[in-house]
Design a protein around this ligand. Structure first.
Ligand code: T46
Length: 138
């Protein structure tokens, strides 16, 4: 298997005198949505990878950062409600979500219903799994 690259997805904004409307055209069917709020200053979340779950992250309010880690690389993405974009996170990335602003909402659209067996929650297990499964990461 090849580890797919994360990608930005534009959020279209339609502004008129009665307010603004923001639209995301989803590239896959979302079966679940969840959002994270009220993260205490300095707290971090995540510290896991998903074996098959595909996600879209965006910040309807405030800002936060996502670090996507593989067995070979690390990339950081800043999600800010002022930027008209969301991040598509393919399966297979270890992630750490941090730098939440006080008012941040981290919104997630997910391709599957909740399934704990899809999570890899030990980094050592993740590194072995990543090397075994992704040709471009071994
Ligand atoms: C992710 C980041 C951004 C459920 O029961 N149902 C659910 O749909 C979810 C998402 C979680 N849970 C339970 C599992 C744990 O007992 O809620 C508890 C906290 O979940 P977790 O420790 O996974 O929280 P985060 O913020 O580290 O991760 C969550 C998502 O799990 C994950 O998919 O990418 O948000």
């Amino acid at each position: 298997m090849i580890l797919e690259e994360p990608k930005w997805l534009p959020i279209n904004q339609i502004i008129d005198p009665a307010g603004s409307l923001r639209v995301l055209e989803l590239p896959f069917e979302a079966k679940r949505t969840y959002f994270i709020q009220n993260v205490p200053k300095g707290s971090q979340r995540g510290f896991h990878a998903h074996r098959s779950l595909r996600q879209i992250f965006f910040a309807p309010q405030g800002r936060f950062e996502i670090e996507l880690i593989t067995c070979k690389s690390k990339k950081s993405f800043l999600l800010n409600s002022n930027d008209q974009r969301a991040l598509i996170v393919p399966p297979g990335y270890w992630r750490v979500i941090s730098s939440f602003s006080k008012d941040a909402t981290c919104m997630v659209l997910a391709s599957e219903h909740y399934m704990e067996s899809d999570y890899i929650r030990s980094f050592d297990d993740y590194v072995s799994w990543c090397k075994e499964n992704f040709r471009n990461e071994s």
